[in-house]
Design a protein around this ligand. Structure first.
Ligand SMILES: [Zn+2]
Length: 452
């Protein structure tokens, strides 16, 4: 299996990752090696400072690094990664030439990533929880004018990954990282669909970086909940590798499929944003994973030998009709305009529709068997999420089954990236498949409320 060290040697934005127990004292030497002669400024919040602030400051001092007064945001309410926070930190970093050393588990890492980039600097992050794969990915998840999206910026130059500290982090944060990672299972199936249909080929090397360690990283949800160090190590390495794979690929395709789009839709709508702590990315992604695994079960039951291409062509939507469909699904004007553009980017014209449908049917057998060997049953994923302490039912986040049903359709519209939702939409079968999940005997119909 490819090691993290060998991936770092490929000349990515991220050049160093120190992973282990008792490694906070490596912060100073790592900083000195990556930013020779530079000043440092620690960026933390009250929680992360309490966990690692003194040790990081001491390590920087011992390495002879000059430091500014630390920038420490309040512990509560949880720091919100929006344009105001980014503007604040961008200005504070702009007032010094110091390189940021963030001590962060999620939002603060994103804020530091973008604020450093806006000052034409890289930075180093000390990870405090196994909560996200964004530590080693490019791009920052920031809410601008009330709508969350990804802002372009490079990944950190270096990360310190103190496994003992991550094992002692609140279990909620570990469960969040687990939710983010488990989506790589249906995301892999989405990539298989795109590959088999010739829409986006699989890079075997990158595929292996994410999918190679994945099952093992997810194998011990009970141990993760207890803070077992071996389990935390595997989860953390899976998350770090996922971020690095995105850097190698120059895209989030290896780590994000339609299960993530459920989360993106809810994030853009601001679901759970005002909660304390706010509803996390990984909790939403975990729920999206159950949703997509349930969909894949129905996808694999489709009998395409009876599929009627002529009947579908008779109802093939015009570009105007397809746009109207997208607009009807998205009531928020900002999300709506973005979805119209994203959906237009993958719309198949009527001139190409017949050949495209034949192509899907020609490939169906191969596609079906490859997908079947990739996905897990939704009930299995639900169990794993329950065991780790993550969200696994829409009612846990205040959504009704009807809300969830609507999200299946919305998730298909918000990105141009091709997933199985698009195949079903093109085949005219998305309604049939989604309806079956909520009809008597369907996955969601049999689960009106979360089981404990
Ligand atoms: Zn994610």
């Amino acid at each position: 299996m490819t090691t993290i060290a060998s991936v770092l040697a490929r000349g990515l934005d991220t050049r160093a990752a120190v992973i282990g127990t008792n490694v906070l004292d490596q912060t100073g030497p790592t900083f000195a090696a990556q930013f020779p002669g530079a000043r440092a400024v620690i960026v933390a919040d009250g929680n992360t400072w309490a966990v690692a602030g003194d040790a990081v400051a001491q390590s920087l001092a011992q390495a002879g690094i000059l430091t500014d007064e630390p920038i420490v945001y309040p512990a509560t309410p949880t720091l919100f990664a929006d344009d105001h926070t980014v503007d604040d930190l961008t200005a504070r970093l702009g007032a010094t030439d110091a390189v940021a050393v963030s001590i962060a588990s999620g939002s603060l890492n994103d804020v530091t990533k973008l604020s450093s980039h806006r000052n034409n600097r890289s930075y180093l992050n000390v990870c405090t929880a196994a909560s996200v794969d964004g530590y080693t990915s490019f791009g920052a998840a920031i809410t601008v004018n009330g709508v969350k999206g990804t802002q372009e910026c490079p990944a950190p130059r270096a990360v310190i990954v103190p496994l003992d500290i991550m094992a002692a982090a609140p279990t909620r944060l570990t469960a969040t990282g687990y939710g983010d990672l488990i989506e790589k299972i249906p995301a892999g199936a989405d990539w298989i669909v795109a590959d088999e249909l010739g829409r986006e080929h699989i890079d075997d090397d990158v595929w292996g970086l994410v999918q190679g360690p994945l099952r093992d990283a997810l194998a011990d949800p009970v141990g993760l909940r207890k803070g077992d160090l071996t389990a935390i190590t595997k989860l953390s390495e899976g998350l770090i590798m996922s971020g690095l794979a995105m850097q190698v690929m120059g895209s989030s395709r290896p780590a994000s499929g339609a299960g993530h789009y459920f989360s993106h839709q809810w994030e853009m709508e601001g679901l759970g944003r005002e909660w304390e702590p706010p509803l996390s990315h990984g909790f939403k992604v975990g729920l999206g994973t159950v949703a997509m695994c349930a969909l894949y079960e129905q996808f694999l039951k489709l009998d395409m030998t009876r599929y009627d291409i002529a009947a579908r062509l008779a109802h093939w939507p015009s570009p105007q009709a397809d746009e109207a469909r997208v607009r009807a699904l998205q009531s928020n004007p900002v999300i709506c305009e973005a979805s119209v553009i994203a959906s237009a980017g993958k719309y198949v014209t009527s001139a190409h529709a017949e050949a495209w449908l034949h192509h899907i049917l020609d490939r169906w057998g191969a596609l079906e068997s490859r997908v079947a060997s990739q996905v897990l049953l939704a009930a299995v994923v639900e169990d794993m999420l329950r065991q780790v302490g993550a969200v696994h039912h829409p009612a846990q986040v205040g959504l009704s089954l009807e809300d969830l049903r609507h999200t299946y359709y919305q998730a298909q519209t918000i990105r141009t990236r091709y997933t199985s939702l698009d195949t079903l939409q093109e085949l005219g079968l998305l309604n049939t498949v989604v309806d079956s999940l909520f009809a008597p005997g369907g996955y969601w119909h049999t689960r009106p409320t979360p089981e404990d």
